[in-house]
Write a protein that binds this ligand. Structure first.
Ligand SMILES: *[C@@H]1O[C@H](CO)[C@@H](O)[C@H](O)[C@H]1NC(C)=O
Ligand SMILES: *[C@@H]1O[C@H](CO)[C@@H](O)[C@H](O)[C@H]1NC(C)=O
Length: 468
């Protein structure tokens, strides 16, 4: 989705004022700004360096690496000097991370001699913008290369740059200038919220600009969450702490994705139907564990036909089980496709029902008990407070309580596993959570949340269907 088209950019570079060389560059929907940066750096360098008089580009390789939702563009120029035939490899690394370390952008170009001393690296251009000291340089493995620092004078200018980029990456088109300006104001406010999120984080999570960055808190809740959950009868008010150390649970890690019990990440779109995805995810897993087949199930059936819940306006997972039993079961995703809106009528075809359930259970709020239940039975349908998910990129989220009230459940998701991450000498236990906002969000569609202290109410609304 981000990388929609190929840009072919032709460079005409003047070297030493007389020679004109052509750089051909193929980028994958990367800013022309980046190419122009590379162009300027290379041409300036080779104009100034006497040994490089007759340089020409012999090869250009490009790579775009989206690693954990972070963008790193690498463009390889191979430069040959015709004087002495020295070949240089010049990777232009653009570590563009307007995300976790928000408003940071590093661009650097380094040329490495291939024939002579391969350690002979020359920095020929680079810049770093705000907060970049936090960022490792990814371009030459194990090597730190100094870059020139140029600060951005106007914060406002950089915000505009980020907003433009956000619109391009996420294909945002606004109705008119007024709407665009309004979204820009929200976006800027969210940049500050993202900085706050990153500052308060006690786990390893990184927050940044996501496709939801032009929504204020109210809109985010309204369009993507399910506020009704917080009014729920489901919340057990007391106690959320585990009775024992979450690191002592058996087995110490488990992941239903490794047992083919989890379907691909789905996308609920702009519809508060998370509850339906949470339930189908659970039933898909229960069915797989019990019957051996992994069948992707229909959320649209629940959105249209569940008479107790309210389709795109939210619902309870625990109500949906009963509704499924009275409907006779669920059709497959393929037979009753998801459309992200509620139909006027229920289009259930009973002859096409593939999966039925017998009952459901509420699962303990003790997180060790939850882990044991999960490893023994199936993925668990849960409710949680999703406030931190609006800007989540990766890592184990462990927000302070003030940022994520455990009682404020507003999103239905699926617990598919758990594990422990090592950070320096610390062991950080986490839950693996399947979300329904597509595979471009978070860690390929997944969220990891701290396990063991009731963070974001992860343990307060846990249930599962039962198939006999
Ligand atoms: C599960 O918990 C909810 C909320 O407390 C309750 O209404 C429901 O009856 C419980 N269901 C079962 C099967 O225990
Ligand atoms: C699941 O599979 C992945 C990839 O093979 C592996 O790295 C991971 O350790 C597995 N997790 C568990 C809990 O078995």
């Amino acid at each position: 989705m981000w990388l929609v088209s190929f840009l072919f950019v032709l460079f005409v570079v003047s070297i030493n004022g007389t020679e004109r060389k052509t750089y051909e560059q193929k980028l994958t929907a990367v800013d022309t700004e980046i190419t122009s940066f590379a162009h300027t750096a290379l041409s300036e360098h080779f104009r100034n360096d006497k040994q490089m008089r007759a340089t020409h580009i012999v090869q250009i390789k490009t790579a775009v690496d989206i690693e954990n939702s972070r963008q790193i563009y690498t463009i390889h120029f191979q430069v040959t000097s015709s004087d002495n035939d020295i070949k240089y490899e010049c990777p232009v690394a653009v570590y563009d991370d307007p995300v976790g370390h928000i408003r940071a952008l590093v661009r650097a170009i380094v040329c490495i001699s291939l024939e002579q001393d391969s350690r002979n690296q020359q920095l020929i251009g680079g810049d770093v913008q705000r907060n970049a000291n936090k960022i490792p340089y990814p371009f030459v493995s194990g090597t730190k290369i100094p870059v020139e620092h140029t600060s951005v004078d106007e914060v406002g200018e950089y915000d505009t740059y980020l907003f433009d980029r956000f619109q391009r990456l996420h294909q945002k088109f606004y109705m008119d200038d007024k709407e665009k300006e309004k979204r820009f104001q929200v976006f800027k406010h969210n940049l500050n919220r993202i900085e706050q999120f990153n500052e308060q984080e006690e786990g390893t999570a990184i927050y940044g600009i996501t496709h939801l960055s032009d929504l204020n808190e109210e809109e985010y809740t309204q369009y993507h969450l399910n506020e009704r959950l917080s009014l729920s009868k489901g919340i057990r008010v007391q106690s959320s702490e585990s009775r024992k150390d979450p690191l002592q649970v058996t087995p110490d890690a488990f992941d239903w994705r490794n047992h083919s019990a989890v379907t691909d990440v789905k996308n609920q779109g702009q519809c508060g139907s998370c509850w339906a995805f949470s339930v189908t995810g659970n039933i898909e897993g229960v069915w797989k564990a019990k019957k051996g087949d992994l069948i992707s199930l229909s959320e649209q059936e629940l959105v249209d036909c569940d008479k107790v819940d309210e389709g795109c306006n939210g619902g309870y997972m625990t109500d949906a089980y009963g509704q499924i039993i009275s409907m006779g079961g669920l059709m497959t995703e393929e037979d009753y496709k998801y459309e992200g809106k509620q139909h006027n009528q229920c289009l259930l075809d009973k002859s096409k029902i593939k999966v039925n359930i017998d009952s459901y259970v509420n699962i303990t709020s003790d997180e060790n008990g939850m882990a044991e239940w999960l490893a023994t039975n199936a993925p668990i349908s849960i409710g949680l407070n999703a406030n931190m998910m609006q800007f989540y990129f990766r890592g184990v989220a462990h927000p302070r309580r003030a940022f994520c009230n455990p009682q404020g459940l507003n999103h239905g998701v699926l617990l598919v596993g758990y594990g422990v991450e090592q950070k320096s000498s610390k062991s950080i236990p986490f839950w693996i959570i399947k979300n329904s906002w597509g595979a471009h969000w978070g860690e390929k569609g997944y969220y990891r949340l701290y396990r063991g202290d009731g963070t974001c109410g992860v343990n307060l609304m846990c249930s599962s269907a039962i198939v006999n």
